[in-house]
Design a protein around this ligand. Structure first.
Ligand SMILES: Cc1ncc(C[n+]2csc(CCO)c2C)c(N)n1
Length: 220
């Protein structure tokens, strides 16, 4: 079992709540109300801006050049791919870039992003990776699962989103992160330290669930 697999077993309830959240299930069946998705997407755009900073902090916290390159890949994936995907999807529903950038962060967006940045600032690279792992690896798992289940959902309006995370490009990035996380663990993880790493991972899963819930709450 690698470090990610071990954390998933030890944080099983939080992992399940996050990856099988009602928002995710409705996204997969195509039944998610559009206003929920739109709200999520705008907040996710703001979230990603902070996440690019967290990956940039990963460069700063990297002990080796190879670690720096992994963090750099994360920064690039966000700035060149993910943010543009959001603009493209928002554009289909008539929302413009300026409008999205002017939106203000909801509390769950602030809570999650500042938690990750703080984990990285107050800790080392492994702490930062533990706080980032649910985000990077959870979306890969969700994308793959929804894609497989989606063959029986014709014309899902959220297919573009699912396809992005199920696609080879993103799956490859996630595999790279998982291996990198494991390597850092081999270098610095001790038995005494494990509970703190697990706690960071669990908290990030909870904050991911809160993020989905913020999307669902947009109908009320
Ligand atoms: C709330 C939330 N959690 C996770 C992701 C997924 N994600 C975050 S950064 C990144 C790119 C490089 O790792 C990806 C795929 C998201 N978009 N929004």
């Amino acid at each position: 079992m690698n470090l990610f697999e071990r954390l998933k077993v030890d944080a099983a309830p939080q992992w399940q709540d996050y990856t099988k959240h009602a928002f995710v299930e409705q996204l997969g069946s195509g039944k998610l109300p559009l206003e929920c998705f739109k709200h999520y997407l705008v907040q996710d755009y703001l979230f990603l801006i902070q996440f690019a900073r967290a990956y940039a902090l990963g460069i700063y916290k990297s002990p080796a050049i190879s670690d720096m390159r992994h963090s750099l890949e994360g920064v690039k994936a966000i700035l060149d791919v993910e943010l543009e995907l959001h603009i493209e999807i928002c554009g289909r529903w008539g929302m413009r870039r300026e409008e999205i950038e002017l939106a203000s962060e909801d509390t769950p967006t602030m809570a999650y992003t500042r938690f990750v940045l703080d984990a990285g600032m107050s800790g080392d690279l492994l702490d930062l990776q533990a706080a980032l792992a649910p985000c990077v690896l959870g979306y890969a798992e969700i994308g793959k699962r929804l894609q497989l289940a989606g063959s029986d959902v014709p014309e899902n309006p959220y297919q573009r989103w699912i396809q992005e995370y199920a696609g080879e490009g993103y799956q490859g990035l996630a595999d790279g992160f998982e291996a990198w996380f494991d390597t850092t663990g081999e270098q610095v993880l001790t038995t005494a330290r494990y509970p703190r790493v697990l706690s960071l991972f669990e908290k990030a899963c909870r904050l991911e669930s809160d993020f989905w819930q913020m999307g669902l709450n947009a109908t009320q």
